[in-house]
Each structure stands twice: as structure tokens, then as C-alpha cells.
Design a protein around this ligand. Structure first.
Ligand SMILES: Cc1cc2nc3c(=O)[nH]c(=O)nc-3n(C[C@H](O)[C@H](O)[C@H](O)COP(=O)(O)OP(=O)(O)OC[C@H]3O[C@@H](n4cnc5c(N)ncnc54)[C@H](O)[C@@H]3O)c2cc1C
Length: 531
């Protein structure tokens, strides 16, 4: 488990714990120089933020609502609450553009505080951006501010309690500001775990997971975050909503689903009740090699449809297996190629010794029967060690002029190959020769799977428009293939233009109606999610 990083702040222009940032290893540098040429960027200077537009009168009234000590207008705090951590966010910050900085950062300590801030925002027509871990990669923290008296970041960092654990029902109530490791540490003290490990685990929060319908690396075993949620407490400008009074119900449509994925546009999630599991006694990860991506994907489908999913199940395509971007310490080792070739699959098992042994035996028999080669635990352990490292490598590559970004989608099994080919071709043809497009499958269902692409190319003189054009081409290809615009990164502002292809004009109209009812003056995250 990653060490607890309570209150640690990310650098405004980079990902993660500054102490974990590493320069590119010489071997990787050599490989990158060969592929793209090295183009050093200038040292990063401290970027200034615009003056706060919050008037003295508004500031005083906000201080009265939550206490002066919980309202911040200094540049340093506002800088840290500006946008998220997509590559476009980082490119803008690196170019000295923090123009989306909030006018103030307010830190409520309770549901009632949140409700009071929302009432204040409605009264003074101030835009409010709920802020969890700030790891958003779809522009969900870059709300529209025109037409509002000011824009404040509603920073949930003080709301970090494990409210209660029901050991009999195996549920826990968590406050939204708990980061992944903080939540797991509190739950572990009670002998239970949540099991939600997105790659942003170190910094992303419980509220953010719910608000974006996140999916973690162990989704095969523990489920997507929305599948873990039993109940929600939400503060809206119209009042409180409490949902989840039973494990299941038939009381009309499930309104929990209205707030899961609502990205701060319908309300602020102030409590999340989750299903928990007993702490696993055993964790075991191992590797499998497949001749091709198609053969490995078919094996995943067979496992899912046989009801035999391990806790972790992921498959890299040929390019990702060769480059192995997920293991920065090994990039460029040797000739940069995997010694085995083919496609690497990771299977992971967590639970009691008996459960792990039984599941592993069944999965092993099935995979071996389908033509997979077991390559041992070292490959699995290497993946587990480096599972949160890749985002640090993105910064190191941006430092030397290599544009790196990821995108994701999902589709049914029968459409997997068409989607894979369509997105890969769109990215390669838009970004030109020498572009690397890598892909893996890490979330599987009986009926289909997600595809997660990593793209690396040489930065042009204008990397932001370069990437935005490539991303638009990929989104068009996703829509043309009939797949989803997002499997787990959410909509934000970046995916919004493509949402209509997924839910239709009537679907958009339903979202607008809900927004108008819960947030009639539109102060919550204006311009995010709802077109
Ligand atoms: C390097 C990296 C790796 C990532 N890996 C994954 C991954 O493996 N799986 C995955 O699913 N995602 C991943 N993401 C995306 C991101 O981490 C998730 O979307 C995460 O759930 C966001 O949580 P957060 O606490 O950081 O939310 P934030 O970024 O702070 O907010 C996200 C959105 O939710 C809203 N929001 C936040 N908290 C609340 C609340 N309490 N109530 C209402 N609205 C709220 C915000 O206004 C915003 O619109 C990754 C991102 C990065 C940068």
C-alpha cells in the first residue's frame, strides 16, 4: 500500500508527490532521443494567477458562513485549485496560463457548511466548483465564470472522516474529501477494504470517485466505484437528498445513479456509503503471454463469461508490451523490446488463501487451455510495484518535448477490434509518423471491455492545439464506432460536445431538466457535464 500522503499537495504544473518525481532514466532518455529527438523545455517558473475578483463585501459574507480561517484568496492556494491534471491542463500551466484560477478557495467542514456555502452562492450568484483531489482529466474543474459575480473552489479537504462501519452489513460511510490511501487506511483499521485503485489513487478522493463514476485497476474483482456505492448524501442548492435506504429497491428509477457521475453539476456529495470487503490475507499477481492482442482479449472474454474473473485482469497490446510504459524503471532496458514479444496479461488474486487458490487454479486451467503461456509472478509483481508510477513519467517526457496523453472508451466484445483499429488509425494519421499508440484492456464485463490508449509523439511548436486536434479525431472515431465517449474519465468540459451522440437530444434535455430543478440559478460547476 502506498504511504499515506495526507495534506500533500501536487505541483500546479505536474502530477503527484513532488518527492516521487524522477528524471528519465538514461536508458529511457536514449530510447526517446532515438524515437523523437530530445527538445529540452525551459525550467518551470512560478506562474502568476489573476487577481481575485471577489469583492471585499462578498469575501466578508463568505467568511461569516464558514469562518474566516477556512476562506483563502492567496495566490498559492488558488494556484493549487486551478483545473485538473490532463495533459492539456499541464500544458496550459507550463505555458504560464492559470487564468481559470478560482477567486477564492473555501473549505467547508461538514454537510451543513456545504449547504450554507451553496445558499450563499445562490444569493450572490457566485459559481461553485466542487474540488476533491484535483485529478480530473476531462476539464471538469474548469467551470465557466462569465455571468457570475465570482467563482469559488469548494475544497472538500476538511471532510475526511470515516463516519461509521457496519460490520454486519459490510458497509461504511465515508466523507468525500478522503483520498484513496486515507480511506483505505481508516478502513484497514476496521479490518475491511474498499478495493478501489485507479491510477490516480494517491490523490483522488471518495467524492471525486462517485462524482465521476471512476473505475480502478481491481475493477474485475471489486467492481467499478459506482457498483460499490450503496448510498449517498448530497447537498444541492434546493436542499438535501439522502439515498440508499436498502441494499436494493424498486422505488422507481434509482436516483443514486442521477448523482453518481453528476460531476458537481447537480449537487455536492457530502457522504458516500460503500460496500466493503474483509481485508485480503493473500495478494498474488502473475503474468501471462499471448500470441496476439486478439487472442488475449478472447481469453478475457471467456473468463468474464464463465464468471471466473480474478481481482485484477489486464492485457497490453503488442506495442504496449514492447514499450512497457507502465514500468518506467525498465523502459529502454536492453533494446526496448520485450524479450518474449506477444502481449502481456496480468492476473491478480486477492482474498483468503483458499479463495485465491481455488480461483487461481480455475483461471490457470482456462487460460492455459486457450493457449496462454504463464510467465510467472515476477511480471505480476513488477506491475504491482509500478502501478501508480506512469503519471510521473508523463511529466518527465513533457520535460523533454514528448507529448504524452491517455484516453479511454469501452464497447461490446463484438465491436472491440473495430474500435481499436479506428481509434489507433485516427490518432496515428492525425499526429503523423513516429507517433506511438499503445493500448490495454483493464476493465472487463461479460458483454464487453474498455480500451485505454496511451499516445506519445514529438511536441510541435504548439502542443496544445496539436493534442486537441488528435483528441477530437479520436473522439470522432469512437463515436463512429458506436462506442462510449468515456468509460471512466467522465464528461467534464472536454467530452461534452460528443455527449449528444451517446445519449441523444432527449437525453441532453433530461440532464438540463434535472439541472434546472436542482440548481435553478446554475451556480454549480457551470458548463461542466450539461451541454
Ligand atoms: C494520472 C491519472 C490517472 C488516472 N487514473 C484513473 C483511473 O485509473 N480510473 C479512473 O476512473 N480515473 C482515473 N483518473 C481520473 C480521475 O482521477 C478520476 O476522475 C477521479 O475519480 C477524480 O477524483 P478527484 O477526487 O480527483 O476529483 P476532482 O478531480 O477534484 O473532481 C472531478 C469532478 O468531480 C467533481 N467533484 C469532486 N468532488 C465532488 C463531490 N464531493 N461532489 C460533487 N462533485 C464533486 C468536480 O467538480 C469535478 O467536476 C486519472 C487521472 C489522472 C491524472
Amino acid at each position: 500500500m502506498t504511504a499515506l500522503k495526507q495534506q500533500l499537495e501536487m505541483h500546479p504544473q505536474r502530477w503527484g508527490d513532488p518527492a516521487s518525481a524522477t528524471a528519465l532514466p538514461d536508458s529511457a532518455r536514449g530510447l526517446i532521443e532515438l524515437a523523437f529527438g530530445i527538445d529540452e523545455t525551459p525550467a518551470l517558473d512560478t506562474v502568476t494567477v489573476p487577481r481575485s475578483a471577489l469583492s471585499a463585501g462578498l469575501l466578508d459574507s463568505l467568511r461569516e458562513v464558514v469562518g474566516a480561517e477556512h476562506v483563502f484568496t492567496d495566490d498559492g492556494t488558488r494556484r493549487l485549485r486551478t483545473r485538473g491534471k490532463s495533459t492539456p491542463d499541464l500544458l496550459r500551466a507550463r505555458a504560464g496560463d492559470l487564468s481559470d484560477a478560482p477567486d477564492a478557495v473555501v473549505r467547508p467542514g461538514s454537510h451543513d457548511d456545504v449547504a450554507a456555502v451553496l445558499a450563499w452562492a445562490v444569493e450572490h450568484h457566485v459559481a461553485v466548483v466542487p474540488f476533491g483531489g484535483g485529478t480530473c482529466v476531462t476539464g471538469g474543474l474548469a467551470a465557466r465564470r462569465d455571468g457570475f459575480a465570482a467563482l469559488v473552489s469548494l475544497d472538500l479537504v476538511r471532510m475526511k472522516r470515516l463516519v461509521r462501519v457496519d460490520h454486519e452489513s459490510m458497509t461504511a460511510v465515508l466523507e468525500p474529501g478522503l483520498r484513496g490511501p486515507e480511506a483505505e487506511a481508516l478502513l484497514a483499521a476496521e479490518g475491511v477494504l474498499l478495493g478501489h485503485y485507479p491510477q490516480s489513487f494517491e490523490f483522488a478522493t471518495i467524492g471525486g470517485f462517485a462524482a465521476t463514476r471512476s473505475s480502478g485497476q481491481s475493477s474485475a474483482g471489486y467492481g467499478r466505484f459506482d457498483a460499490l456505492v450503496v448510498g449517498l448524501r448530497v447537498a444541492t442548492p434546493r436542499g438535501e437528498v439522502r439515498l440508499g435506504s436498502a441494499p436494493a429497491n424498486a422505488a422507481g428509477p434509482d436516483l443514486r445513479q442521477l448523482f453518481l457521475g453528476s460531476e458537481g453539476a447537480f449537487g455536492v456529495i457530502t457522504e458516500v456509503t460503500v460496500r466493503v470487503r474483509r481485508l485480503p490475507e493473500v495478494k498474488l499477481y502473475e503474468g501471462w503471454r499471448w500470441e496476439s492482442f486478439a487472442a488475449g482479449a478472447d481469453a478475457m472474454r471467456t473468463l468474464a463469461q464463465a464468471g471466473l474473473l480474478p481481482t485484477v485482469l489486464r492485457l497490453s497490446d503488442e506495442a504496449e508490451t514492447a514499450i512497457n510504459l507502465a514500468r518506467p524503471d525498465e523502459i529502454g532496458a536492453g533494446d526496448g523490446q520485450s524479450t518474449t514479444g506477444g502481449c502481456l496479461m496480468i492476473t491478480g488474486y486477492e482474498g483468503t488463501p483458499e479463495a485465491v487458490q481455488a480461483k487461481r487454479a480455475a483461471v490457470t486451467a482456462l487460460l492455459a487451455g486457450l493457449g496462454g503461456d504463464a510467465v510467472g509472478e515476477a511480471a505480476g509483481e513488477a506491475w504491482a510495484r509500478g502501478r501508480f508510477d506512469a503519471p510521473y513519467l508523463r511529466d518527465s517526457m513533457l520535460d523533454v518535448g514528448v507529448l504524452v496523453e491517455t484516453l479511454e472508451t469501452a464497447t461490446f466484445w463484438s465491436n472491440r477490434d473495430a474500435l481499436y483499429t479506428g481509434v489507433k488509425q485516427a490518432l496515428e494519421s492525425r499526429l503523423g509518423e513516429g507517433t506511438l499508440v499503445l493500448c490495454h484492456i483493464s476493465h472487463v464485463y461479460e458483454t464487453g471491455c474498455s480500451l485505454y490508449f496511451t499516445v506519445a509523439t514529438k511536441e510541435s511548436a504548439e502542443p496544445l492545439p496539436q493534442w486537441l486536434a488528435a483528441k477530437a479525431a479520436a473522439n470522432d472515431a469512437i463515436v463512429a464506432a458506436g462506442a462510449t465517449i468515456t468509460h471512466h474519465h467522465a464528461v467534464g468540459t472536454d467530452h461534452k460536445p460528443w455527449l449528444v451522440h451517446e445519449i441523444g437530444e432527449l437525453g441532453i434535455s433530461v440532464l438540463r431538466a434535472v439541472k434546472a430543478d436542482l440548481d435553478p440559478t446554475g451556480v454549480l460547476n457551470p458548463g461542466v457535464l450539461v451541454p
